[in-house]
Unconditional design. Structure first.
Length: 153
């Protein structure tokens, strides 16, 4: 294999673990409120959280730097997402006693442990985006939107 040859990541162990979790008999009713996947993905699965995590993966950033690094995020969305990531223990917020006060955000150890899985998803997305767009186009061509009939008055 050459140095430039792409290596396919091996996710077989992760897939087998998930399959075992799904197949494991449960003695309790499913409770969506206590599902760890739904609980965590609700916070880290959106585009803003993943972009913030990737940006903080390079180095700590001040709020304004994050806003410039992700220019299409609103100030309110950036604030809310940072608070959510901080609440989950993924981001640390430090206030410096300057005038005016400056605030810096950095990943915690837990946040850093998420960089690998997020990076893998980003790489997968970049590699397969063209195929996904082609599939959407084909689906839309074969399944045109149905126009609703307007009732006569």
């Amino acid at each position: 294999m050459t140095a430039h040859a792409k290596m396919k990541p091996d996710y077989s162990a992760a897939i087998q673990t998930i399959m075992a979790m799904i197949e494991a008999p449960t003695n309790t009713m499913f409770d969506a409120k206590n599902c760890p996947v739904r609980d965590v993905f609700a916070h880290i699965g959106d585009k803003w959280a993943s972009l913030i995590l990737q940006t903080l993966g390079y180095r700590p950033h001040r709020f304004g730097e994050l806003k410039r690094a992700i220019p299409d995020i609103s100030q309110a969305m950036l604030t809310g997402t940072l608070r959510s990531l901080q609440r989950d223990g993924l981001v640390h917020r430090e206030v410096f006693p300057t005038q005016p006060p400056s605030v810096e955000y950095r990943l915690t150890e837990l946040g850093e442990s998420l960089l690998g899985p997020v990076a893998a998803l980003v790489v997968w997305t970049a590699e397969h985006h063209g195929r996904i767009r082609e599939a959407r186009t084909a689906y839309d061509r074969e399944n045109p939107p149905v126009k609703k009939k307007v009732a006569a008055a």
